[in-house]
Design a protein around this ligand. Structure first.
Ligand code: NAD
Ligand code: TYD
Length: 356
């Protein structure tokens, strides 16, 4: 038995694969294009004997995906592969359209061709789970209720627009072709292996290097933070018990302003790794705001609780301390990612196993 994971060398995908293999004997086929965000070092804790097959390739390559599906016959596909950073989408939206829109389209077509040839129980139990974001719902005012599954889509950035397009296609492939799909829309994640372009790892690495901690605008934009392992557990629950064609909002009930996040990181670093120059808060620097910066995101995760019995294990307070400890204990990973050395490491270790 096997599952196919796309984007499994990225932040959430690699956490998902590590946890999946701890809990299930089924094989994982990991398809990743290895963009700047894909790092096979994230999976270096997996023993050679683990049933993990890495396949270097693009979800937009329909023929390649179809050949993998025919060869490995997975019982489910979990689609993490995406361009994922809002700032990059503002500066260069083309890659976001190519992977998140065209890529998801080609992946759906390949999946449909594979699924339509399955029979009996194999066809009935097959699942395509699409991992998406709460950013498809747009921005909330301070008094607005949190996003629920029926909130209208109103994406504001090229990133969220491309993810919204992918969510719509997944829905359409279910209603039109009967493809057995599930979609999850999750809030901001944080935890081990997050690329240091996103707020939390960027602030940790800059603080440790004595660099400015750039706060966009007034620092009062609100995000709803979820520890990555809670997100991975939620995805496993949706895969197991979710109703076909449904969407599920996943969030941690941890609404925080950006300035609260950054001062919390400084406080924990002051405790764990005090700097003789003084508190890390001295590095906080307000900078020009991000264009179209969404003011507030918040997730109502009642459907996950009431229908599937999922609630997060970690609060922001427990998750952020574990995360900072992880980065402090994995400084070589952080240095390798920021210097680009992880590319050389991957060339050395994975050249023979690439088939894309
Ligand atoms: P990430 O940028 O860390 O990883 C993305 C992975 O996808 C990388 O390994 C990259 O190499 C791979 N990839 C990119 N284009 C590809 C392509 N065309 N074919 C195959 N592989 C490709 O992203 P992440 O933060 O791990 O996010 C994973 C998914 O979860 C994304 O779909 C994202 O939209 C969604 N999501 C992320 C968050 C968050 O806070 N990070 C929150 C909600 C939803
Ligand atoms: P980010 O981690 O990029 O996630 P997203 O844009 O998907 O929510 O940013 C989280 C919040 O932090 C967002 O409001 C933008 C803000 N931010 C900063 O203030 N400074 C930074 O250097 C970064 C990367 C983000």
């Amino acid at each position: 038995m096997s599952i196919l994971v796309t984007g499994g060398a990225g932040f959430i995908g690699s956490n998902f694969i590590i946890e999946w293999l701890q809990q299930s004997p089924s094989r994982v086929i990991n398809v990743d294009k290895l963009t700047y965000a894909g790092n096979l070092q994230n999976l270096s804790c997996l023993a050679e004997t683990e049933p993990h097959i890495f396949c270097h390739g693009d979800i937009a390559d329909q023929g390649f995906i179809e050949s993998l599906l025919t060869e490995h016959k997975p019982t489910a596909i979990i689609n993490f592969a995406a361009e994922s950073h809002v700032d990059r989408s503002i500066h260069g939206p083309g890659d976001f359209i190519q992977t998140n829109v065209v890529g998801t389209f080609n992946l759906l077509q390949a999946t449909r061709n594979y699924w339509e040839k399955l029979e009996g129980e194999d066809k009935a139990t097959f699942r395509f789970l699409h991992v998406s974001t709460d950013e498809v719902y747009g921005s909330l005012a301070p008094q607005d209720p949190a996003f629920c599954e029926t909130t209208a889509f109103a994406p504001n950035s090229p990133y969220s627009a491309s993810k919204a397009a992918s969510d719509h296609m997944v829905r359409a492939w279910h209603h039109t072709y009967g493809l057995p799909v599930l979609t999850t829309n999750c809030s901001n994640n944080y935890g081990p292996f997050q690329f240091p372009e996103k707020l939390i790892p960027l602030m940790i690495i800059n603080a440790l290097n004595g660099k400015p901690l750039p706060i966009y605008g007034d620092g009062l934009n609100v995000r709803d933070w979820l520890y990555v392992k809670d997100h991975c557990a939620a995805i496993r629950v949706v895969l197991d018990k979710g109703r076909l064609g449904e969407t599920y909002n996943i969030g941690g009930y941890n609404e925080k302003t950006n300035i609260e996040i950054v001062t919390t990181i400084c406080d924990i670093l002051d405790d764990l790794q005090p700097n003789p120059a003084g508190s890390y808060k001295r590095l906080i620097t307000y900078v020009t705001d991000r264009p179209g910066h969404d003011r507030r995101y918040a997730i109502d995760a009642q459907k996950m609780k009431n229908e599937l019995g999922w609630t997060p294990d970690d609060t922001f307070e427990t998750g952020i301390r574990k995360t900072i400890e992880w980065y402090l204990n994995n400084l070589t990973w952080l240095e390798s990612v920021t210097s680009g050395d992880y590319r050389t490491w991957m060339d050395r270790n994975y050249e023979q196993r690439n088939i894309g």
